[in-house]
Design a protein around this ligand. Structure first.
Ligand code: RIB
Length: 350
């Protein structure tokens, strides 16, 4: 039996004597490589740019030969770094966020960071709790794509503790952090121009009643092409289920074309319109937004506005890592372009 005072001694000595197996320590690696403990520690933590390639190789070899595994808990205490990033997304069931997180993870992995993914379910309480808990667990920074969290909470929880963070997509930056945006205004404009060029003059825009800023920008762009009396607003959440329900309101309107502010809504509309015996694009032209991969796997394939989703994740992760390395630099904002992808769900009005 190991009582708590024994455990204390075990931790203090950095030795595990269970089964008589001596734990390899950083000292052993330093000794085998013929360098100091500090040199080993800095090199293994990615801060070894000033050491020669030979020294770095010697350390790597000694580490591998001895089977040394850094104690992340101790490392975190000493270096005040966990090599973990908290990522908050509003809805993990939406494929948009799958691709986004893949992009984020792709970069974090290259820089040796772990991705801690939190699905906030568009619930402010959950988002606050995740932020607080992750700060207690010592993450090195945050990527926030979720909008329910208030800027007050961000200020209190993250700014108070000086945690690096970056916002994107549904979360507006409001000048309190770095941000990566996609050109939502242009996306809305391109969608509208496409429908206009096909001869449509009455359009339904299907979007949430209390839309986040990025979605509102899509509408603003759309309104530069269609006037108020040519647009019918139909309320729907950003989900397939909600899109399906919205079909009835569209059918009751004079619209001949539909702009769904995300692909999930558009895919829901496919089913909702079919439920009522309506065909796409013969009865209704439908254009979505995002370009998730499902767009290519439905009939007819969905015309949409493509966001560079994977690249958005990559850019965001790179910018956060840069912020962690240079905490005092000016806030940065990057705007990525979007583009129309013409497929078969839109057609000329006869
Ligand atoms: O599909 C999810 C939607 O929420 C996307 O359009 C994305 O931009 C986010 O706002």
């Amino acid at each position: 039996d190991v009582c708590s005072s024994d455990l204390k001694i075990i931790y203090q000595l950095g030795v595990v004597d269970i089964m008589n197996k001596k734990k390899v320590t950083i000292k052993d690696v330093a000794k085998a490589a013929g360098v100091s403990v500090t040199t080993v520690s800095q090199s293994l933590n990615g801060n070894g740019s000033r050491f020669s390639p030979r020294t770095i190789k010697r350390i790597q070899r000694a580490k591998e030969k001895l089977g040394y595994e850094p104690d992340y808990f101790a490392q975190r205490m000493i270096m005040k770094k966990s090599k973990m990033i908290g990522v908050l997304v509003p809805d993990i069931t939406n494929p948009f966020f799958n691709s986004l997180v893949r992009g984020i993870e792709n970069v974090l992995y290259q820089y040796d960071f772990m991705t801690m993914l939190c699905n906030a379910d568009m619930d402010q309480g959950k988002e606050d709790r995740y932020l607080t808990e992750l700060t207690h667990r010592g993450v090195d920074g945050f990527i926030i794509a979720s909008s329910s969290i208030s800027n007050e909470a961000i200020q209190k929880i993250l700014r108070g503790e000086k945690f690096p963070f970056i916002v994107l997509d549904q979360k507006k930056s409001e000048g309190i952090s770095d941000a990566v945006l996609t050109d939502d205004f242009s996306g809305g404009q391109q969608a509208a121009q496409h429908l206009w060029d096909l001869g449509h003059r009455q359009v339904a825009v299907v979007m949430p009643e209390n839309a986040t800023e990025n979605i509102q920008n899509r509408l603003r762009g759309f309104q530069t092409v269609f006037g108020e009396d040519e647009i019918v607003r139909v309320d729907a959440e950003l989900s397939k289920k909600s899109g399906r329900k919205a079909a009835q309101a569209v059918i009751n309107s004079p619209a001949t074309a539909i702009f769904a502010v995300n692909d999930q809504i558009a895919l829901g509309l496919y089913l909702g319109l079919a439920d009522q015996g309506c065909r796409i694009p013969e009865d209704y032209s439908v254009i979505g937004y995002d370009n998730i991969d499902m767009c290519e796997y439905v009939v007819p394939q969905l015309t949409t506005i493509a966001q560079p989703i994977f690249e958005l994740g990559q850019t965001t992760a790179k910018m956060l890592i840069d912020r962690i390395e240079k905490p005092n630099k000016q806030w940065e904002e990057e705007l990525l372009p979007v583009q129309l992808v013409k497929r078969f769900s839109t057609a000329r009005l006869n």
